[in-house]
Design a protein around this ligand. Structure first.
Ligand code: PLP
Length: 288
């Protein structure tokens, strides 16, 4: 049984309870993070906590903890859930707490803080062998997609459309520009160059995305942030979607058409190898 953290206590998931008046439940008034832990080492913890700070600032909610306090809680949750030595995905959520239902913020705020760990299942070998299908979808979300808001209804709706079309992800566009995936960032390889949309309010600044840019720069690969039009997406030799849990997934079919030659591409394979090497270093504590 998994052990979770809720408002100062470590307890079995089944025993963790929050108020029905919690503003996270009533208004989706909160933010979250998902942090992978490989061999009990949290990947890019500082960057995740910085993004949490940015998300909390974005919804004008004070962070109840500093980074040291967060690190202590997260490391304890990893320890308490590591009996099988599995890689873990750590989910944390901070909401504006319980209060009488009123849209404006309550005068007194006691944040609800929740943390849980889930075993991270390896990406299926079949998906790495053949890649996955994706669809394109108009980005129907609000204008602050850089905030890691728990209000994920548009994302869930678009992901469901993808699933019903037999696809693993929906790649989103706004005014003909690619933004990101329903739960991932997007990279393309076009004319041999690796490209990903620039960071702005239209997309979540993915920690995996930034890590890939860093690995590419360290490896001397041609990888840049750029505007990506739908035409560029359709002409790409390779498309990847990236996230903490999916890592780097090759998209080999887009809206039913083959991407490139319809097989995962060589640039993706090279980048995945480098990403795996990074993870191996993290497991031994030689990277963060
Ligand atoms: N964009 C969205 C909308 C996401 O939900 C996610 C992750 O779930 C990402 C991008 C990737 O972010 P990260 O690499 O930090 O997991």
């Amino acid at each position: 049984m998994s052990t979770v953290y809720l408002n100062g206590e470590y307890l079995p998931a089944e025993e963790a309870k929050i108020s029905v008046l919690d503003r996270g439940f009533v208004f989706a008034d909160g933010v979250y993070e998902v942090i992978p832990a490989y061999g009990s080492h949290l990947l890019r913890l500082e960057q995740h906590l910085q993004r949490l700070d940015d998300s909390l600032d974005g919804i004008r909610l004070a962070n109840p903890f500093d980074h040291m306090q967060w690190a202590a809680i997260l490391e304890e949750i990893v320890k308490l859930n590591s009996e099988n030595n599995e890689d873990l995905s750590i989910y944390l959520q901070v909401t504006r707490g319980a209060a009488k239902r009123d849209h404006a913020f309550p005068d007194e705020i006691k944040q609800t803080v929740f943390v849980m760990a889930t075993p991270m299942s390896a990406v299926p070998a079949e998906q790495l062998e053949n890649g996955v299908a994706a669809i394109t979808h108009d980005d129907i979300r609000w204008r602050y997609c850089h905030i890691n808001s728990i209000a994920l209804l548009p994302n869930t709706l678009m992901r469901q459309v993808a699933r019903e079309a037999g696809a693993a992800e929906a790649i989103l566009y706004r005014d003909d520009q690619v933004t990101e995936g329903a739960a991932s960032n997007v990279f393309i390889v076009l004319n041999g160059r690796i490209l990903t949309p620039r960071k702005d309010e239209c997309l979540l600044p993915g920690i995996t995305r930034d890590l890939i840019l860093e690995i590419a720069a360290d490896s001397g690969l041609d990888c840049q942030e750029a505007d990506i039009s739908m035409q560029m997406l359709r002409e790409a030799e390779e498309i990847w979607v990236t996230s903490s849990t999916k890592e780097i997934l090759p998209v080999t079919k887009l809206d039913g058409q083959a991407v490139g030659n319809g097989k995962p591409g060589p640039v993706w394979r090279d980048m995945l190898d480098r990403y795996q090497q990074y993870k191996d270093k993290l497991r031994t504590g030689a990277a963060q």
